[in-house]
Design a protein around this ligand. Sequence first.
Ligand code: PEP
Length: 258
Amino acid sequence: MRKIILAGNWKMNMLNRNLEQFFSELETSIDGGIANASERIEMILAVPATLMEKAVKVGEKCKVQISSQNIHWEKTGAFTGEISAEMIMETGVETTLIGHSERRQYFGETDKTVASKVSASLDAGLKIIACVGESQKERESGITEQVVGRQLTAILKAGASKTENVVIAYEPVWAIGTGLAATSEQAQEVHKFIRSEIEKEWGKEKAEATRILYGGSMKPENTKELLSQKDIDGGLIGGASLKPDSYGKMISIGSSSL
Ligand code: PEP
């Protein structure tokens, strides 16, 4: 059985001085306690680089793993402003997001750079949550599978050597930060397609074992419905993960829905 992941993406938010309060409020907002929840689901928070070191320490007490939001594909060199996989791992972080749509949209990430980041992360020993998703225009043009399939192929080819460390996040761009989540049927349809593409590339066993998260305006109100879908194995949560009570509620729902 695939263990549910509820991963938060804090984007460019939060300061070190607010971390303790966040985690203490999170602990009190989870029904049955955070230790009990952590046996049923994996909790991950993707934080800005400035928070990583402290978040690893504070998060450990709460059984929350900390993730980076990005890495550079080279190990070292003249890449001003960038951070390598090894640098991230030095802080105790074990996971990174790759190819979030905001990185593709605002920082020019392409399937090629995403693939390089997948290889660099896995080679360094990082686990990855790699993101795919279509824009509103692409959905309306009926090319969702074409777009998601293309993005996915780049990730799957680069990740073939360490499939156990790869998680895929389906994040329709039109649903991110808009309050307009995909319906559970829309999400399940694409998740099913993603699992079938993984099967083509990696085989049935690995496709069955790979976690596929949904992201895009996920919140306590739609968590149960989304998690009840056969191919949805958790969520990548932006705005709602910044509020400890909302994230805590989603964790409570996730751990009781099993
Ligand atoms: C995200 O940033 O990956 C995301 C899904 O954001 P939100 O939940 O705010 O839509």
